[in-house]
Design a protein. Sequence first.
Length: 201
Amino acid sequence: MSKVFSAHAVSVDGYVSGRTPDGDKEFGRGLGDAPMLFDWYFDGDTPSRLFDGFKLSEPSARVFDTAAARVGATVAGRTTYEHSSHWGGGGPHPTAPLFVLSHRPAPEISEKQTLVTTGIEDAIAQARAVAGDKDVALMGGGVLTSALEAGLVDEVILHQVPVLLGGGRPFFQDLPEHVRLRLIEAVPAPGVTHLRYEVAR
Ligand SMILES: NC(=O)c1ccc[n+]([C@@H]2O[C@H](COP(=O)([O-])OP(=O)(O)OC[C@H]3O[C@@H](n4cnc5c(N)ncnc54)[C@H](OP(=O)(O)O)[C@@H]3O)[C@@H](O)[C@H]2O)c1
């Protein structure tokens, strides 16, 4: 059976997006808010095999492309979808279809995207069905938390960036109980440490 995993760039103080440079309260509008979380996409000489325009350090390219090649479908939270400008009607991955999880209608959803309002189990089941023997990637701390609560997550990948953002949108959210993780890979690279954890069941 295919796996379910998440991969997020996270500051050491646990934020996945930062606040606006002028310090207003409109947190977390995506990449532009905290470009330092994603500098490692572009700070090397090794082009990504899957993402046009990405030039990473050699160890980051290896980790990034390995994870990207696993993805057969993506499930993103509504906030990530909104903060990513709906990916212009496409998705975050060059080939994998996108499922957007929400409790509300999304009039802007395109014919290439699928809105799911029937819960995380259904979203992951639909994503699995199209992913075939590839894996399902989760995007957004809220979606990851829902999936962890449902016991549906196999791996959590953190691209930990050595910065304290000091504010923004926290990645980690409340869970009803502890979730034990096992570190299965740690790859230090320029400007980022790639940490791959398996969810212990
Ligand atoms: N650094 C990175 O690598 C990275 C990666 C991805 C995203 N991001 C950023 O991280 C932030 C994500 O924010 P977030 O973690 O608060 O949100 P999120 O997971 O993207 O979205 C949360 C929303 O998803 C919907 N949702 C979640 N679980 C659900 C469930 N079980 N059933 C139905 N709907 C459900 C709800 O939408 P409704 O309120 O509509 O019901 C909820 O408010 C964004 O700023 C994004 O740009 C960063």
